[in-house]
Design a protein around this ligand. Structure first.
Ligand code: GLA
Length: 719
């Protein structure tokens, strides 16, 4: 039993193998009492705060029920308007203009397994894998019920949370803010860890030591976006990659979000995450309910490294879906950086022929195959092949690729419309816009309103037609702009619900197609997307050094097997840097290895090297897919980086070492491996040398970092 209710203490205990999360019904409030290392007995709120939760001038609205003001009490789902004056999880405006909500515990229910979150992506699990606790809170005056969902995945050391708000009154109300979860920790020694970025430098790790006040990350871009990822962690100040306490939070959502940690004047830290309340006003009619997105919560007392591995396991096993969740994925070549818009059938076939020789299995045709699209200024929405470029049509090209014994994949940007397109001429009102206002363009395009049924049907039909009539086994689903002039305060979320519906429909209709997400590179790389598409184009920046920062940052939460990672040409198109081919290959093989360059321009020697890289990648693909990642040395030193991946069964270990900037005649360094079996002996596949697991972990492998841009790789097999 991982969910326990202790009646006499009014305590809920959520146990995973290594952690315990505890709540208590305290004077009618749902109080947060503990989250940390697994313990059998959790002290009650009175015991825990025996020396008092102090607060001069704290308002007490509890009519003698409670010892503490709710302004001090650590809570699970705080509301606006009454004695708790901190940032609320829930803020509702009622029909009469009032906005006081005061939730009190009403009931609970325990379920084996996990109910589906209708219309939203979420983790899933069998009755053997997880248990769910539903706690119902009620505001007796407004007749608002809130159902808090807690699902415990004991083996994965993960808890997921979401909330459902039900309006049982006979009048409408407006949700001004409805977080997915909130959590109060009466501690103050935290560092806020997040993933910030921009186009071509997504998800760089950043740390902010907490002080009194609020630290937050958000997006109001209509998508999770490049600048902040819907993930953050609260790391104890003394926690490191391998040691200490860390709490991580990942939102399973692809739209506007807010994640925040607020430390108050009593050194208590409130953590919450959910849909961004900025320009969010959701009308909840009588009898209606609102389901928030889900958040994945992870506690680790073995530092950020173990937190990441726990996130990776749940995302890999209980969030990603479909045949490609477990099946090997093809090595692909994408023509974007090889040709940009300047291609025709002959050019693609020419690249494909070379690709076949090096072992590529899938040829992906990127942007520019439809309408009149020879640059980014037209034709989005007109999903009809351009026969000037492809005289035999998509099917003809697919057949040519198939006759080379390779599969064919295609790029779409389904959510968009170019003003210069037939679709826009016919349906100028289908895009997101505010009447009377300019329709702001970005990359010469507008966003289709995916919340409208006729628009989503058009997209589903247009893509289905192509996927049915052409032998396509892969789709790159791109999205290249932020949302402006949203029509109203429900638009942004309704758009995401519409998008999820479309992706659900298409991935269900075409279960054997591998879908890869993309958004100007990795602008929407989030847990919501990974539910529909098991891999994502990590960044348009294909420079191997920049990719180390991006891929390491991404690995804080997302598994490396979800990251599209391609070997591209040098000098690199984004940074101008020239890196050796083996360096580029090693970085790409720590993700979903692929190619993105004109193979017809490479020497035979380079082609041979790529062919070897592909063979090697395939040999260890399963290790990358399902293994455990250890970040041995961080790339954020800007000097070097090292990573280790242990296969799921522990038998194979891949070790990558990268020297970014060499130190001539420098010191000897030892790479100390982690997570090995100390008693076992590991054989270096290349040299046949056998070394004990203890020696590899505590004495380490000697590495020299004398020259720039050098990489070394070891494959160790347990004997
Ligand atoms: C985006 C993607 C690229 C490429 C182009 C095509 O920028 O991230 O990979 O597909 O669009 O326009």
């Amino acid at each position: 039993m991982s969910v326990i209710y202790q009646k006499e203490k009014k305590q809920f205990l959520l146990h995973t193998v290594h952690t315990t999360y505890a709540m208590e019904v305290y004077g009618g409030c749902l109080a947060h009492s503990y989250w940390g290392h697994r313990i059998a007995n959790v002290p009650t709120i009175d015991e825990r705060y025996a020396c008092g939760l102090h607060g001069s001038m704290a308002p007490v609205d509890l009519q003698g029920e409670l010892l503490y003001s709710t302004d001090l009490l650590p809570q699970e789902y705080p509301t606006f308007g009454s004695a708790d004056l901190r940032h609320p999880a829930l803020h509702i405006r009622y029909a009469d203009g009032s906005n006081v909500t005061r939730l009190r515990f009403e009931s609970y229910r325990m379920l084996q397994g996990k109910p589906k979150l209708m219309g939203l992506p979420a983790t899933y699990g069998t009755e053997a894998e997880c248990e769910t606790l539903e706690i119902v809170l009620l505001d007796a005056v407004s007749k608002i019920r809130v159902v808090l969902y807690y699902t415990v995945f004991p083996e994965l050391d993960i808890i997921t949370r979401s909330s459902r708000i039900v309006n049982e009154a006979d009048k409408s109300c407006v949700l001004e803010r409805a977080a997915s979860f909130a959590l109060d920790i009466v501690e103050d020694d935290f560092t806020f860890v997040h993933l910030r970025g921009a186009w071509a430098r997504e998800r760089h790790i950043a740390m902010i030591p907490m002080e009194y006040g609020t630290v937050s990350i958000d997006s109001a871009r209509g998508a999770s976006g490049h600048s902040e990822n819907p993930f953050f962690a609260m790391k104890k100040n003394d926690a490191t990659e391998t040691k200490g306490e860390v709490m991580g939070f990942a939102l399973v959502y692809s739209g506007n979000f807010l994640g925040e940690a607020s430390m108050d004047h009593y050194a208590s830290t409130r953590i919450q995450m959910g849909i961004n309340p900025l320009n969010f006003h959701w009308n909840l009619g009588p009898g209606e309910e609102f389901q928030t997105p889900e958040a994945i919560l992870c506690y680790s007392d073995q530092g950020l490294g173990e937190m990441s591995r726990r996130f990776h396991r749940i995302i890999r096993k209980n969030l990603c879906r479909g045949v490609y969740r477990d099946a090997p994925r093809p090595v692909l070549i994408n023509n974007w950086e090889a040709t940009y818009f300047d291609f025709d059938q002959n050019k693609i076939v020419e690249i494909a022929k070379k690709a076949k020789l090096v072992g590529v299995e899938l040829v992906v045709l990127d942007d520019g195959w439809f309408g009149k699209r020879n640059s980014d200024d037209c034709s989005l929405g007109d999903w009809k092949v351009n026969t000037e470029k492809l005289p035999e049509g998509l099917s003809g090209l697919a057949q040519r690729i198939n006759s080379l014994d390779m599969n064919f994949g295609l790029w779409f940007e389904p959510e968009m419309v170019s003003p210069n397109s037939e679709l826009y001429q016919t349906h100028p009102d289908w895009c997101i816009h505010t009447p009377g206002r300019e329709r702001t363009q970005s990359r010469n395009q507008l966003i289709l309103d995916m919340s409208r049924e006729e628009v989503s049907n058009y997209i589903i039909d247009a893509l289905s037609e192509i996927l049915t009539t052409t032998a396509i086994t892969y789709v790159k689903w791109d999205m290249n702009r932020n949302m402006t002039e949203a029509a109203g305060a429900e638009q942004a979320h309704r758009y995401i619900l519409g998008l999820y519906h479309i992706m659900d429909e298409l991935t269900t209709r075409f279960p054997n197609v591998l879908f890869e997400g993309c958004s100007s590179g990795g602008g929407r790389f989030d847990a919501g997307f990974l539910y529909y598409m098991p891999q994502f184009w990590t960044s348009d920046d294909t420079d191997a050094v920049e990719r180390l920062y991006i891929q390491e940052g991404t690995s804080l939460v997302y598994p490396i097997g979800t990251m599209g990672a391609h070997v591209s040409a040098v000098p690199n198109h984004q940074t101008g840097r020239t890196t050796p081919l083996d360096f580029r290959g090693a970085v790409a093989s720590m993700g979903r290895y692929g190619l993105e360059l004109d193979l017809t321009k490479l020497t035979q020697e380079e082609l041979n090297e790529i062919s070897t890289q592909i063979q090697e990648y395939h040999r260890y693909e399963q290790v990358v897919h399902a293994g455990d990642l250890y970040r041995l040395r961080t790339a954020y030193s800007r000097k070097d980086a090292a990573y280790q991946i242990i296969s799921e069964d522990g038998s194979t270990v891949l070790v990558f070492d990268f020297c970014i900037v060499g130190e001539p005649n420098g010191k000897v360094q030892w790479l100390k491996l982690q997570g090995l079996d100390a008693e076992a002996v590991y054989e270096d596949v290349e040299t046949g040398k056998c070394v004990g697991g203890d020696s590899l972990m505590y004495a380490g492998i000697p590495v020299s970092h004398g020259c720039d841009l050098k990489t070394q790789k070891w494959v160790l097999v347990k004997r």
